[in-house]
Write a protein that binds this ligand. Sequence first.
Ligand SMILES: Nc1nc2c(ncn2[C@@H]2O[C@H](COP(=O)(O)OP(=O)(O)OP(=O)(O)O)[C@@H](O)[C@H]2O)c(=O)[nH]1
Ligand SMILES: [Mg+2]
Length: 288
Amino acid sequence: MMLSWFPGHMAKARQAIKRTLAGIDVVIEVLDARIPATSRNPEIAWIVGDRAKVVVLAKEDLASPGETERWLGALRAREPFCFAVNAESGAGVDAVVEACSSVAGQIMLRLSARGRRMRAVRAMVIGIPNVGKSSLVNRIAGRRSAKTGARPGITRGKQWITVGRGIELLDTPGVLWPRADDPSAMFKLAATGAISDESFDLADVAERLLGMLREKAPDALAARLKTQDMSSLRERELLETAGRRRGCLGPGGVVDLSRAGAAVLSDFRKGILGRVTLDPVPEGGDKG
Ligand SMILES: Nc1nc2c(ncn2[C@@H]2O[C@H](COP(=O)(O)OP(=O)(O)OP(=O)(O)O)[C@@H](O)[C@H]2O)c(=O)[nH]1
Ligand SMILES: [Mg+2]
């Protein structure tokens, strides 16, 4: 069953979530390290309920390392199991498996204290679109499938993946709807690729992003634009410069702003414009 819930079907969505979560002990909430606040589903607390939760900041390779450390500090004040990973390379994933294992141990103890039958602890990965859920599942499963390749009956395509150490992972990441409560959140979701490129104006989002990058990652941006004097440029002019550098020209040599916007967003999402965190760390959060 593919889980895909978006606003407009909210009541149905809640029902579907409830059904799927029925057998789940542990929720692995995947956030985008560049936007740890904006990528959190507004209803996550309700969805998780009293299940154990492991929080993963994916795409840490695209976020500012210093800001990620501070974000982890802030989040850990409330949720002890919180890790930054590169779900593509697998860096950091071991710690996530360790945490799941530790949580599973606690759950097993609870089961046994209540005299309940022992069973594997079931975990599920959830998060907004494109955040790295499937990559994380594959990284966790890949490690294990290498170990258990000789055993029949356990394949990637199965509904449940045995991770080992008494943990089973649901091989169907739940896609949660992204928040759409304010223009700033929409901008960040658009820039990071959480909402479809067809649903917003590429040039508008790229302009705003360039303005932000000029503040947060001026060296990477200056290198990419091959220009030193960015401070005097308006955001539109930054986009035009980027478009010329990338050869996004239309008839008469005029910069095609939409293509330029697409090129800027593509570069940003690959990390070519620097490792940048768009959500500010909450005040005092780094003391947690
Ligand atoms: N740089 C980087 N890219 C990542 C990371 N994790 C995932 N990606 C890339 O991000 C894109 C989305 O990854 P998926 O794992 O498909 O994300 P998802 O959350 O399953 O996406 P949906 O199923 O569409 O909701 C892919 O191009 C991945 O290669 C990461 O940690 N770092
Ligand atoms: Mg996926």
